[in-house]
Design a protein around this ligand. Sequence first.
Ligand code: CA
Length: 230
Amino acid sequence: MRNKILIVEDEDSIRKFVKINLERAGFEVIEADTGEKGVELARKENLDIVVLDIMLPGIDGFQVCKILRDEFPSLGIIMLTAKSQDIDKIMGLEYGTDDYMTKPFNPMELVLRVKSLARRMENTEDTNDSILEFGPFKIDKYSRRFFKGGEELDLTPTEFSIAKLFMESPGKAFKRDEILNTVWGYDFVGDSKIVDVNIRRLRSKIENDPSNPYYIETIWGMGYRWRKKD
Ligand code: CA
């Protein structure tokens, strides 16, 4: 595993601390102290994951996230936030963040989350047997590409992992916690709202009518299910 991480944070002490901890865990880490520099580095370097603070001088983390998502759909993004309003904003608006952490945080926990995201992005599939087809959808687990009606759709690492989980078990009812544990890969402290947010975004990309979803069914009070019959 050689994953390249960019940390965008203007507070030197936090940035250095995170960098040291991620490097100890075996990651290659580069740093930026403004959003503008972060975007510039993302365009130059071949990054895997960005750890992105929201409160930054100049353009803030939300704007950086939007730019990065537009340009690099498959980049992993973990946002750092100090305020609960920011979490609401992350959840309410479709920034496409893979995970988030609230300050102050334990750096070891951040390392765990980065590792979990890196695992999610890793290709562990065999070239054989890597294609799943279902209705208009085709997923190539090996190259981590997703198609609808022959057209490739840009999914974030998390959206892809959820789509893969569903397509491997069509018709299966998944509890939110089950999706959380399988996709995020650890017991996510907090709430399963991040599952709902990612499902909503996935629907907006793959459903014909996202406000009236067909492929991803909601099971009220429980979770979600990929419709078995097309
Ligand atoms: Ca900051």
